[in-house]
Design a protein around this ligand. Sequence first.
Ligand code: SAM
Ligand code: DTB
Ligand code: SF4
Length: 328
Amino acid sequence: MTATDGAIRRDWDLSEIVALHELPLLELVGRANEVHRQHHDPNQVQKASLLSIKTGGCPENCAYCPQSAHHREVDLTRDRLMDPARVLALASNAKSAGAERFCMGAAWREVRDGKEFDAVLEMVAGVRALGMEACVTLGMLKPHQAERLAAAGLTAYNHNLDTSPEFYDKIISTRTYGDRLETIDTVREAGIEVCCGGIIGMGETVEDRASMLQVLARFEPHPESVPINALVPVAGTPLADRAVIDPLELVRMVATARLVMPASTVRLSAGRADLNREAQILCLVAGANSIFYGDTLLTTPNADRGQDEELLAAIDRPDCRGKVSTAA
Ligand code: SAM
Ligand code: DTB
Ligand code: SF4
């Protein structure tokens, strides 16, 4: 049986990861929780806030994404890059509401030098000046751009692998897995933390999920942050008719990510709005230690802030027992 002693390893076999993923659920969650507790405070859940700073009209054709210009039937209002002052006002509100990290997403294929990138640098510096961690996801990046982001104080860059190398071309054809890996390398070279994860529920197999985790676990060092998203099927995208996954699939994926990358922050990301309170707590027991906090993700609804406050209070405070409304 595969060892799960909490050691940091980069040499996981695919079969080992699949075997972990397929353990009896209680065994899997128990092991993941044990490893989680070796590396993290089990009572800490980081709250990150998300903002779409430039929405829609993206030239890439990611099948899951409502922001792709290829999916013309999606009901989405495009928006040009937001003004830094407005972004910083929203970051400040998020901080007051308890968020420790502010993540800004732009529907770009890649970063281009010029006024818009300068504005993003101003946003990054401003978020850092508020005393928050700053993360951006802007698409592909060149080394000199990564260096400018690092100089502006960027904490982390989000660039997801999304799925396995084997399944990738069923989901995206306008860029390659290699392009993704190259950008992640560029981010790492500039000394910025890597936030890299993926999506489940797009029609991939358990082997695909394990294969993506294997690629992530081969990074040296492991990504500091690993977002695990469940597909949010959006009308007008090619994946609109995919059924929402069973919450226990998400629990298994979170637990397996925790076991193969013991020290990383595992973020319970998109799809949380479809989980009830207990399923979310099971994900936290299984090793998730961050949530996106706020009423919207980038363009789709998130679990709402009131319910999240109740959820976090219920975890923290015994006096909240019995006073919590159940989400979803
Ligand atoms: N354009 C940049 C990029 O692709 O890296 C940044 C923005 S993109 C929206 C960030 C991530 O959101 C994607 O990599 C994907 O993992 C996630 N995402 C987008 N649409 C989603 C959906 N419908 N359900 C779940 N995750 C989604
Ligand atoms: C990540 O992995 N998930 C977040 C964040 N990184 C940028 C984005 C989720 C987006 C879900 C679809 C939407 O709201 O547009
Ligand atoms: Fe564009 Fe990113 Fe959406 Fe793909 S996931 S279409 S790159 S915004």
